[in-house]
Structures are given as structure tokens and as C-alpha cells.
Design a protein around this ligand. Structure first.
Ligand SMILES: [Zn+2]
Length: 542
């Protein structure tokens, strides 16, 4: 038995997303968060990235539980895909978070998950770990950070957090409690780095609520409003404003309807009777009495806002008097798609009041900015500091802040996924030379797969240069091969197609056996086509 604390991020460092960190002491392991990552355009066909759990698969009997800090996908999204691979351990989360997890797991037909409801300030024990959740403000209610007491000291995992003394429908972070924990001595702080390079303090939710009310009061006609589906507090602000200024709210889009239904069922949102109308009936109301809440902050292909921008959403057609509001920020990489959506809306005559790229008074990040991160460091005063939830450049900025707060550089650790940070009884800490990485996992459709780079390379190539399919069958009547040539994603004239057929016929004559012909065509026909048309498609023989 090792009497050292081991901390291993399986995701969530050196990148944004797929948050998952395990704490191991003796024969006990707890996991904090099990999220998904968002694949970039370099991974076509990949729906989600998953934390690499091969280390855990060897130690299933030691897993005492999974604790989830809040209901965002990058913290819960991996559960449906990985929970059974982990031996279906108990899940510990707050009420809303459990509601959101159940929403996803039921959709995928998963049953028998072991949920345990936790609450801020209610301590529970899992093996060697005593866990004291503390309430944090984030842009989803019921978020917690964790104070985890181990046999060698207390560590703090902030989860996603910000400090906001006027957080709208939530209550502020209990700074007194954090200070008390800090005063008692904290071995290590693991803190959210998402906004470590953004100076100042996040805009208060109170100010955002006031701004939304001002817009609702002043807009001359319809308001079309989008925000993140899980941003329950923003939706709450919109409901309050509609009620105050007597507008009806119509909701369009599956994900936003679903999260409102869960939040309403669990009592996190109260919708006054008569406020909601069906989007099909909006034409029965005057334009200045309408507030249309839709999905699509990121220019997502199938979202309602994107379809409206293309004139493809028949229930809401843009009118010149419409005010469009994006209460959101751009997730890096989505800027082009958002611009395209906004261009489409403007082309149809809408007025866009707030833009996600420029940011403006109707959205605030859910993540602490530099002043708040400093405050967290100063309250907790940890011996060791580990920036989490962020790419390396964000982690590096966070370490600079920690140094300014008086933490020694050698006590700050920049972890990579799969690194093992070992803290021993005498409170020395080091990163072990060996990482615990195994094969990278992804979700493709409904399946969990190992990320195979060569498949991705082929996919990218197919998108770039198209596909040429050669079908060969033997025509008995004519006593010769029947050759079909089909191009996908490339337009090629008949003359070249008959030249390709001749070439294939020559290969058949020369290389006789089926297998050799197939291999030869697949490896050499591409060059022949390249010569003819200047593009070398992926060639497949069937
Ligand atoms: Zn979050």
C-alpha cells in the first residue's frame, strides 16, 4: 500500500474540455468529473473526445466513486460512454447535475446508474477521502468545488468557478468558508485556468440581468435571443424581463427546451403561467410582445438560429424590425460559423444588437478572470499549486499569478494529461517520469472507439480530393470484365473515365489475380488520375 497521494489528470489540462482527474491514496481512488472534449475541424467525423481511462480500467475495484462538480458537458458528457467500462461506480453530484446526467443517460438507454445526491457543506466519505463540497458561482446553478481531505492533507479542486457578489438567481461563493479552509492549511490547490489570461473581474450577473431588461423594454418589435442551453441563470433573467415588460416567450430548439424542462421540474426555474407560447402561434401576437428564445450561439449547422439566418426555419422568418441578441461568447474555432450566421441575419434585415465575438453587456463568462483567480489563491494559500482546465498557455499564466501570490515556482506544477503528480507523507511533491496514457478514445455516433489517426487522415483526404470507386465484375456473355468508374466529390468527364477504364483493363491483364489487381489499382491509379486532372483522389476497388 502506498501512503502517498497520487493525482492524475486524464483530461482537462493542456486543453479545454474532457475534464477528468483522479485522486488515489492507498487502495482508494476517487474520480472528479468525467467530461467530453470538443473535437476541432482536424478530426472530421469525431463527435466527442473522451478522457483516457486505461489506468482506471486496471483498478476498477479501487474506484470508490465519481464526483461531478457541475452539469456542463465537458464535466458530465463522458458518463454515458464510460460508466460501464469503469464498473458502474456510484456517482455523486448535486440535484440539478444529476437531473442533467439522467437526461443524457436515459436518452442513450442506460439504466441502473447509482446516483447519490450531494449538497454544499454536507461532508461525505469515500474510502480515505473526506469530501466537503463548497458552493461556487458558475453559469449553471448547483455547481460545487471540492475540499478533499486525505490522510496527508487537504486539497482543493475548484471545478469551474467565478466570484460574483451579485450572481442573480444563485448565491455568492462562501468566501468565509474558503478562508477558513485556507487558514487551516491546504496542501494543494487545483484551480480553473480558463480565463487566466483575461485581466480584471467578470461582469456581474446582476448587471447582465439589468442590461437584458433594458433591451426587452426598449426593443421596438420582436426579440430573437440565443444563449447556451445549459445557461439556466441567463434563461431565468430572460424570463424575469419578459414578465416585467409583458412579452410572451416562445422557445425553439430541442436542447434548450430539454434543459428548461429539467430545470423547471427540479425547481431551478419558475415560469409564470401564461408566459410561454408555442412558437407556431407567434403570429397571433403583436411583434412588440414577443421574445423568441432559440438555440444556436455558435452557428451550429442544425441550430434554430442558423436555420433562421438561412431563411430555412419556417416558423420564424426574419422581419426588418427584429432585434437579434447573442447572449454568449464564441467558443474558439467557431468564429467563422458565427460570422456566417450573423451575415445571414443581417442580409435579411435583422438588427444584431449584441455579438458573441466582440462580447458586450449581455454575457459574462462563467470562469474567474485574473482578479478572481488571485483572490482564490489568496484565500486558499496552498503549499502546492496546479492550474487545471485550460491549455498550456492559460496554465502558464495562472502559474505566474500563483507566484505573485507568494507560491514558490518549484511548488507549481504544469501537468499534462496522464502525468502522475505524487505528493508524499512529508509533503514533497513531484511529477513521476512515466505517464499513464493509453489509447485515445473518441465517440463516433453511438460508439466508443480508439482514435485511429490513419482513418482520420483518409477522411480529410477524401474531403480534400474526393473518391474514385472502381467496380470490377466479370461479364460472362461478353467474356470480359465489366468496369464501372464512379467519382464522389470530383467531377470528371467521360473521356477521362474511359481512359481510366482502359488503364484498369491493362492492370487486370498484367496482374491476373484479384488481390494483386486490387492492390495495384489502389496504389497506382491515383497517380494516373493525378496526371490527367491534377488531383489524386482516394481510390477504392470493390
Ligand atoms: Zn462549466
Amino acid at each position: 500500500m502506498i501512503n502517498k497521494l497520487r493525482v492524475i489528470p486524464l483530461g482537462g489540462v493542456e486543453q479545454v474540455g474532457k475534464n477528468c482527474m483522479l485522486f488515489e491514496y492507498g487502495s482508494d481512488i476517487i474520480i472528479v468529473d468525467l467530461g467530453v472534449g470538443f473535437p476541432g475541424p482536424d478530426l472530421p467525423g469525431v463527435d466527442w473526445l473522451l478522457p483516457n481511462i486505461s489506468y482506471l480500467e486496471k483498478k476498477l475495484d479501487q474506484i470508490r466513486g465519481i464526483i461531478i462538480t457541475h452539469g456542463h458537458l465537458d464535466h458530465i458528457g463522458g458518463i454515458p460512454f464510460l460508466i460501464h467500462r469503469l464498473g458502474n461506480p456510484p456517482i455523486f453530484a448535486t440535484r440539478l447535475t444529476i437531473g442533467l446526467i439522467e437526461g443524457r443517460t436515459k436518452e442513450l438507454g442506460l439504466r441502473n446508474l447509482k446516483f447519490n445526491t450531494i449538497e454544499a457543506n454536507k461532508v461525505f466519505t469515500l474510502g480515505s477521502f473526506k469530501i466537503d463540497p463548497f458552493h461556487v458561482v458558475h453559469n449553471i446553478p448547483d455547481s460545487v468545488g471540492l475540499s478533499i481531505t486525505t490522510p496527508i492533507g487537504t486539497v482543493i479542486h475548484t471545478g469551474d468557478f467565478k466570484f460574483d457578489d451579485n450572481p442573480g438567481d444563485q448565491r455568492p461563493v462562501d468566501k468565509k468558508k474558503l478562508k477558513r479552509i485556507g487558514d487551516e492549511g491546504v496542501l494543494a490547490l487545483f484551480s480553473d485556468s480558463t480565463n487566466a489570461e483575461v485581466s480584471g473581474h467578470t461582469l456581474s450577473e446582476k448587471e447582465i440581468g439589468e442590461k437584458i431588461e433594458e433591451i426587452v423594454r426598449q426593443a421596438p418589435a420582436r426579440i430573437i435571443f440565443t444563449s447556451f442551453s445549459t445557461l439556466i441563470s441567463r434563461i431565468h433573467q430572460a424570463i424575469v424581463a419578459c414578465q416585467k415588460y409583458n412579452r410572451k416567450m416562445a422557445i425553439a430548439g430541442f436542447s434548450i427546451k430539454k434543459s428548461i424542462a429539467i430545470a423547471q421540474e427540479l425547481g431551478y426555474i419558475k415560469i409564470p403561467p401564461g408566459l410561454l407560447i408555442d412558437v407556431k402561434n407567434i403570429n397571433q401576437y403583436p411583434d412588440n410582445k414577443l421574445f423568441i428564445l432559440v438555440t444556436g450561439t455558435q452557428g451550429e449547422e442544425r441550430s434554430v438560429m442558423t436555420r433562421i439566418s438561412r431563411g430555412q426555419y419556417y416558423m420564424v422568418k426574419i422581419k426588418k424590425s427584429d432585434s437579434v441578441i447573442f447572449s454568449s461568447s464564441a467558443i474558439p474555432g467557431n468564429e467563422l460559423a458565427i460570422h456566417r450566421t450573423m451575415n445571414g441575419l443581417i442580409d435579411q434585415g435583422a438588427k444584431i444588437i449584441y455579438q458573441p465575438i466582440l462580447g458586450a453587456g449581455v454575457h459574462s463568462s462563467g470562469h474567474a478572470q485574473r482578479e478572481e483567480l488571485k483572490e482564490m489563491l489568496n484565500l486558499i494559500k496552498p503549499k502546492f499549486f496546479i492550474p487545471i482546465e485550460g491549455e498550456h498557455y492559460m496554465q502558464a499564466q495562472h502559474i505566474e499569478l500563483a507566484k505573485e501570490s507568494g507560491i514558490k515556482r518549484e511548488n507549481c506544477f504544469m501537468l499534462k494529461n496522464g502525468n502522475v503528480l505524487e505528493i508524499d507523507e512529508y509533503q514533497g511533491a513531484k511529477i513521476l517520469p512515466q505517464k499513464v496514457n493509453g489509447l485515445s478514445l473518441i465517440v463516433q455516433g453511438k460508439m466508443v472507439k480508439v482514435l485511429e489517426r490513419d482513418i482520420i487522415v483518409t477522411r480529410r483526404k477524401m474531403a480534400d480530393v474526393g473518391v474514385c470507386i472502381i467496380s470490377i465484375s466479370f461479364d460472362r456473355k461478353r467474356g470480359q470484365e465489366n468496369i464501372q468508374v464512379v467519382f464522389l466529390g470530383l467531377s470528371v468527364g467521360d473521356k477521362i473515365i474511359s481512359e481510366i477504364k482502359n488503364k484498369v483493363r491493362n492492370f487486370i491483364k498484367k496482374y491476373g489475380t484479384k488481390k494483386r489487381v486490387k492492390l495495384t489499382i489502389e496504389s497506382r491509379l491515383g497517380d494516373f488520375i493525378l496526371n490527367k486532372i491534377g488531383k489524386k483522389p482516394v481510390v477504392a476497388v470493390v
